[in-house]
Design a protein around this ligand. Structure first.
Ligand SMILES: Cc1cc2nc3c(=O)[nH]c(=O)nc-3n(C[C@H](O)[C@H](O)[C@H](O)COP(=O)(O)OP(=O)(O)OC[C@H]3O[C@@H](n4cnc5c(N)ncnc54)[C@H](O)[C@@H]3O)c2cc1C
Length: 484
């Protein structure tokens, strides 16, 4: 086994949306970071619809942006259609959504990763998690005989663990179509974690030139285009070729198109349900509640005479259209039949079939309240926290906040050093105790400007961010001598 000589603070496995943000966040915090991913050509690849945001997701993208993440900026820079969904409803359910140029999004994000200071990137498939005698993670091993050691490992393996792809009666291994799956679950199972199975699916992609757009309703983007990022547009360097939208929107937004399923579509699907792996019992995983397949829609909403179908371009320089609303795992021939029963798609040519993917996941209930698996550490923290809360008679809004990173980088490091010197597993700081205040001063903690707060009360984060420190009833900071 070849051991990489460099020891990292953080090793991130996977480069989908989650892995990209995790790696960039760790590097921004000053941690030496390594991103390992199966295929460098699929960095930030959107497995399904190349859209970012939408209902219940748009606000998360804006939160990621507020925390310094890259997703919102990248979507703004590579978007081809911008909309605010639910505009007619109340502000709490309005959701920004950007249809992106799939390839531009990927390539631009890869360039962002490559430009990040303190971040190394390598193509490798992680096959084993290495733990020390105290069950603490100490690194990873890859399937080609490389070991890398570090203080923390972040797994963002998406749909790839034990991934199985289904198209009708055909099943094959894969994390998504044309990508291999990953066998890492075995190593995680060996560590004693419980594993479950999830399922999701995607529709077919069809050739734009085979669509009769005259028979569809046009859906244009909003003007002015609602962006995700709160930051002003950066002026891209002339050498940067992946940003489509510089400073202003110099190009027309691309339209999407709307059509509907028909009675004939529903008939074809009903008659072939026995050939769907979902209904023949071959898929065991639980599907997403809010993104049902067309088979599910026909069965569960049998009273509906038609379902909306959105035809969405996958990019500015491709003819592929994503058929939103028709996620399916029915056999190829059935997909062709039911697609061609839809107005405007009578002569549609499938470029890629729809499919379902089943994959392993680890129920997050196995994590303790303080997001640590290490029972000993989290129990101690929890007990201290509860005792402290009782002493302070703090209300729920004052529940322990764990502060890390950004402006607090030097503070967190200094506190860690303090904890290590005194051989303490962790340090608790209380903003209104004398000792707490002097430690904070020593560690240059600036409570007013903390950018990154994670903890049980993350929903009240904006409130705490705007409160003067003096008005925060009881602010608790944990710094572990073990690097988090
Ligand atoms: C068919 C299909 C349909 C989907 N439909 C939707 C949808 O409609 N809406 C939606 O929100 N989401 C959908 N998803 C889920 C989609 O996966 C997520 O939206 C999102 O892309 C997940 O991002 P992620 O970063 O968690 O994982 P992914 O984008 O899945 O990325 C995982 C990354 O980890 C890497 N990786 C995995 N194992 C290893 C290993 N052992 N070593 C190194 N690298 C590894 C992979 O190569 C990949 O880069 C769908 C996924 C698929 C496959």
């Amino acid at each position: 086994m070849y051991a990489l000589p460099k020891h990292y603070d953080v090793i991130v496995v996977g480069s989908g949306h989650a892995g990209v943000e995790a790696a960039l966040a760790a590097a921004r915090l000053g941690c030496s970071t390594l991103l390992l991913t199966q295929n460098l050509d699929t960095v930030a690849q959107m497995s399904c619809n190349p859209a970012v945001g939408g209902s219940a997701k748009g606000q998360i993208v804006r939160e990621i942006d507020a925390l310094g993440g890259a997703m919102g900026i990248n979507a703004d820079a590579t978007g081809i259609q911008f909309r605010l969904l639910n505009r007619s409803k109340g502000p709490s359910v309005r959701a920004p959504r950007i249809q992106c140029d799939k390839k531009a999004y990927q390539f631009r994000m890869k360039a962002v990763l490559e430009g990040a200071v303190g971040l190394d990137i390598k193509q490798a498939t992680v096959s084993n998690i290495v733990v020390d005698g105290k069950r603490r993670v100490s690194g990873v091993e890859t399937d080609l005989g490389m070991a890398v050691y570090g203080n923390a490992v972040i797994l963002t393996s998406g749909t790839f663990l034990g991934g199985l792809l289904h198209v009708g009666e055909t099943t094959r291994r894969g994390g998504r179509m044309a990508d291999t799956n990953s066998g890492l679950s075995a190593s995680i199972r060996q560590l004693g974690f419980e594993i479950g199975r999830f399922k999701t699916g995607t529709p077919c992609r069809i050739a734009g030139r085979s669509i009769d757009f005259q028979r569809c309703e046009i859906q244009r983007g909003d003007e002015p285009p609602p962006r995700f990022s709160f930051l002003p547009f950066e002026t891209a360097l002339p050498t940067e070729i992946f940003t489509l939208n510089h400073g202003q929107f110099h190009m027309e937004q691309m339209p999407c198109w709307i059509t509907h399923t028909t009675a004939s579509t529903h008939d074809i699907i009903r008659k072939n349900l026995h050939r769907s792996p979902l209904y023949s019992g071959r898929i065991e995983g639980t599907g997403p509640r809010y993104c049902p397949s067309i088979e599910d829609k026909i069965v569960k909403f049998s009273h509906r005479e038609a379902h909306q179908v959105f035809l969405e371009p996958e990019g500015r320089h491709t003819d592929e259209f994503y058929v939103n609303g028709l996620s399916t795992s029915l056999p190829y021939d059935v997909q062709v039949d039911f697609i061609r029963s839809i107005p405007g798609l009578e002569r549609a040519e499938l470029m890629r079939p729809g499919y379902a993917v089943e994959y392993d996941f680890f129920p997050p209930t196995q994590l303790r309240r303080l997001m640590a698996e290490d029972a000993e550490l989290s129990d101690v923290l929890l007990q201290e926290f509860l005792a402290r809360r009782q002493r302070l008679k703090a209300g729920p809004a004052a529940e322990g906040l764990q502060i890390i990173g950004s402006d607090l980088d030097s503070g967190a490091l200094a506190l860690r050093a303090y904890a290590a010197r005194r051989n303490l597993p962790h340090v608790w700081l209380d903003a209104d105790s004398v000792e707490g205040r002097s430690l904070m001063r020593a560690a240059s903690l600036r409570l007013m400007y903390c950018k990154c707060i994670v903890g049980p009360v993350s929903t009240s984060m904006p409130r705490f961010n705007t409160l003067p420190a003096a008005r925060i009833p009881a602010l608790t900071c944990v710094a572990s001598s073990r690097r988090l």
